[in-house]
Write a protein that binds this ligand. Sequence first.
Ligand code: NDP
Length: 636
Amino acid sequence: MVEDIAKAVLLRLADAEGLNPDLLKDRYVAERNRRIVPTGNGQYTPTVEGAFANFGRDPWADPNFQRDAVLGHSEVIVAGAGFGGLVSAARLREAGCNDIRVIDEAGDFGGTWYWNRYPGAMCDIEAHIYLPLIEELGYAPKHRYSYAPEMLDVSQRAGRHYGLYEQALFQTSILDVRWLESEKHWLVETNRGDRLTCDILVMACGRQSLPKLPGIPGIDRFKGHAFHSSRWDYAYTGGDFHGGMTGLADKRVAVIGTGATAIQLIPEVAKDAKELLVFQRTPSSVGVRANRDTPPDYADRSRPGWQRERRYNFQSIISNIPQDQDLVGDGWTDFTRKIKPPTPIELAEQLGRQPTPEELKLVAEIFDYRVMNELRGRIDDIVADPETAELLKPWYRWFCKRPCFHDGYLETFNRLNVRLIDTGGLGVERISETGIVVDGVEYPIDCLIFATGFEANISYKRLTGFEVYGRGGLALGDHWTGGVRTLHGMMTDGFPNLFMVGGNQQTTAAVNAVHLIDEQAEHVAYIYRRFKELGLRQIEPTSDAVDDYVHIIRSSPANAALVDFYKDCTPGYYNAEGKATRSEDIFFGGRYGDGPIPFFRMLQAWRATGQMEGLTLGDYTGEHVGSGDYVSNIIS
Ligand code: NDP
């Protein structure tokens, strides 16, 4: 509560919009509280093992695929064939590396877009900045927002363009990764009997790839057909990504979940199912998508570096760094602008004195409420039944949950064959042999689609299914028992010649994850180039350099502010289901606090010195060749 006269000034901002911040705040808190599940992340059931492992099986690959074990050495092994692995391998190729082996349990390149082929799957980041390597491929995206088949196609094009297929090992799971001290190599062993060594290992293993199911009582009793959104069962539904799911024409279909995935697939299922029941625990905020075909001249692709420039423009606007123009000009940049509160200086002018921290917080809330009111108003405009419209309204701050954008989701609830079953924030009560029970009422169904997301904020070992043993046999998990420790989020001490690419802790949280990946890949490629130029055999951050970097992360006020923001948010994977108490518990937590652009600039500045600061460099002869401040000789 802000008591003084300044509040009246501030509330004028709100009054003009018909907002009552106190009432809204109370409503948000009440909505949050009724959604808290005491077990937190424990409420979910994994699909990688146990009774539900079948939900995680690969529907796209040949189940009878066999090959002989591969033995041998390559200069680089990349674990992961998603965008992180692809871009890393591409930048390494450009840096002169011609011996790269990519390994993935999937049957092809593509990562997320290999697995997620549900009808309607698309990426809601503009294709021109999201799709990897399209400048290099000379490829013009077909739509402003790419659909899944195009993203898979671009992945395959990149795989071919950079000659990555020849050595790639698909449908192959890594079991173990071990640093061989005497040889200065990594040893990678797989479930197909491969024993592979490499000089450099790049881990590009994604972040949210393990599908999870809700631990709803009775989930194991359901006798109808059920599958997870990321393993779409076209054999059952019929049709393909483009529609024609004739198998659903006589089916009562249920979707559990209303997150970013669900809002894309629900409109498509509604077109083909006899009846669709949508089971909602927390509504998503859904802004305008405005997807459309993109003619070749949609974006100026004439200048070299155009994609990078466009990505920087987008990220700068998201980060409130002034730009001459908004090249992407979509919901992300629009809402980011609208939600940006006045600066302390601007507010001081209005108040005639410096604002207090409490006042700054209130103003930020008011700007957020405005954006959310606009989104709630959009629901009233589109959804014909007022009761349904009310239930679809999100009551939380904009970034509490992943913001969504779609041109057909809300409209779907005007269809006669679609019903929203709101669970009052409590989730589905029970699953029976033949249906779903909410508030004591059983809804009979034939088919159950879980759009219930993926395990988040899990350890590397859990995520990848394998342990990484560094110098002296130390497991990465043990090395990090006191918390993640890295230099730049990409290397760690005691694990030579190892790079981690992706949205790991201690990097940065970029809305366009592929921008981050490309910046990291460039960094890895730079270090690789120096590795070759200097004739090195091992390269590794010093413990001092890692300590210093970890201190930068842990002392960041932005990370503390994140905890403060998310403690009031409705539960979800962003805030460890409402249980986050430390920055590291938060999906975007434990990051380089100044944000993506400063993070990228910091990496660029590090490279520009040419000093390899903080790294220990070891050559073939055992002589110390490093030149950074922290360098010490570790070669025995
Ligand atoms: P989410 O975790 O976002 O959503 C899961 C949904 O399941 C939520 O609505 C959740 O409700 C609901 N749920 C979970 N348990 C229950 C229960 N017991 N009863 C009822 N409902 C339940 O997963 P998504 O697959 O939607 O998204 C996963 C990731 O993929 C995200 O990172 C997302 O950003 C990304 N994505 C990105 C896209 C893009 O365009 N770039 C497109 C699609 C996905 P509640 O909210 O209450 O927990």
